[in-house]
Ligand binder design. Structure first.
Ligand code: FES
Length: 123
């Protein structure tokens, strides 16, 4: 299975992980338009997983029993070097004719951040 390694050239460029993956040429899913509603943008982190998480991401992953397995790339800004494996792409989901509606550069909905301590408190 091919893997994607994203190496940020400059840490001054703020970009959402989903958009960085797309810019790298991977047709990752974003069926809800990047609003933490679908989980098609999910990735497996190999390295560099952020410790904080938006409340919207937490709630969606918990609802789908994906907490601890995947992260939603539409809910993560690239602030460190990351190595991730996209799970759902145009190439591996036969039912898709496109990856989803256009996704903006900001995290949507307005992020309410949960720290590592917050997340440990929910465990
Ligand atoms: S694009 Fe739908 S949850 Fe990320």
């Amino acid at each position: 299975m091919p893997k994607l390694k994203i190496i940020l050239e400059s840490k001054t460029k703020e970009i959402k992980l989903l958009n960085a993956i797309k810019e790298a040429g991977v047709d990752i899913g974003h069926r809800c338009g990047g609003k933490a509603g679908c989980t098609t943008c999910r990735v497996e982190f190999i390295e560099g997983e952020p410790e904080q998480m938006t409340k919207a991401e937490y709630n969606k992953l918990k609802d789908k029993d994906m907490l601890g397995k995947y992260r939603l790339s539409c809910q993560i800004m690239c602030e460190t070097d990351m190595k991730v494996k996209p799970i759902m792409t145009l190439q591996n989901v036969e039912a898709w004719t496109d990856t989803g509606p256009v996704v903006g550069g900001n995290i949507t909905p307005e992020p309410e951040w949960l720290s590592k301590t917050d997340l440990e408190g929910f465990a």
